[in-house]
Design a protein around this ligand. Structure first.
Ligand code: NAD
Ligand code: ZN
Length: 253
């Protein structure tokens, strides 16, 4: 494990990319803080303000659903205004150059897609917050549809128009089953990669946090770019504890 200063880190990262035939990136909330979306675990992050609402509570309680949607709409302007940052743009460029085969993300903010990465190369482990679905029949609802009804009813979460089931943003909550297709593809990409870039994740949310170690055990080189230490730093080939945008800026152009 090597913790390097910024210039040396950028140089080492360039070497790792040059030596790699098939890389994969894995991103967490830290890549989107530059875009104005707070992460969970940094000081002042969302975690410090609100306890997450677990899936079973959302399903069981209308009050929990009202609260989940209240929080969602409180954050919505930030999400709507967010534009891809330097980290997103660098990854889009590396995908376009064929250096990375996919981006596995824990994020739900749609910013990888907005940076120009084709949908099929973005593997979303925790879903996507830019639309909603009925948990019972799967019907899709736009966020605006929910917003109008929620505000129209004075802060009551609407139910599905077809089957009266609970309508939830298309994200994965704590305690909710992981999306099988995305998990399978993330595993396949991790096993096929010879370079795994973990970027902006505290690597504590499981099972997503298992992928860097899976890739490493399978022979990939592992680079971790994150301001704070992670429990996987000890097994990494490169650890960069620095700002993601600054470190990845040279890879944008
Ligand atoms: P996390 O909040 O646990 O960790 C983010 C990490 O990024 C922290 O360790 C922090 O030090 C680091 N970081 C933040 N800004 C950085 C920067 N500019 N440069 C370098 N490092 C930076 O995030 P996580 O591991 O992704 O887990 C949080 C969960 O919450 C995820 O599962 C995700 O689904 C969800 N979430 C998503 C978003 C989003 O979509 N943007 C935002 C918040 C939370
Ligand atoms: Zn329904």
């Amino acid at each position: 494990m090597l913790a390097l200063n910024r210039n040396a880190a950028i140089e080492r990262l360039s070497e790792l990319l040059a030596e790699s035939r098939r890389g994969v990136a894995f991103t967490g909330a830290g890549i989107s803080t530059e875009s104005g979306i707070p992460d969970f675990r940094s000081p002042g992050g969302l975690w410090t303000q609100n306890r997450p609402i677990p899936f079973d509570e959302f399903v069981a309680s209308r009050e929990a659903r009202n609260e989940a949607w209240r929080r969602k709409f409180a954050m919505e302007d930030k999400f709507q205004a967010a534009k891809p940052g330097r980290g997103h743009r660098a990854l889009a460029r590396l995908i376009a150059r064929g250096k990375l085969s996919a981006v596995i993300t824990q994020n739900i903010d749609n910013l990888h897609q907005l940076s120009g990465i084709p949908d099929e190369k973005v593997i979303e482990l925790h879903g996507n917050g830019s639309y909603a679905t009925c948990l019972d029949c799967g019907e899709r609802y736009e966020i605006e549809w929910v917003r109008e009804r929620f505000h129209g009813a004075g802060g009551i979460a609407p139910d599905c128009a077809s089957c009266s089931g609970p309508v939830k943003s298309a994200t994965i909550s704590f305690g909710q089953a992981m999306p099988e297709g995305a998990m399978r593809r993330a595993e396949a990409e991790s096993l096929a990669a010879d370079l795994f870039l973990a970027i902006g994740s505290s690597l504590v949310v499981w099972p997503a946090a298992g992928f860097p170690a899976l890739a490493k055990r399978n022979g990939a080189r592992l680079a971790i770019i994150n301001r704070e230490a992670t429990e996987f730093d000890g097994m990494a080939d490169l650890v960069v504890r620095d700002d993601i945008g600054d470190v990845l800026a040279p890879f944008v152009g």
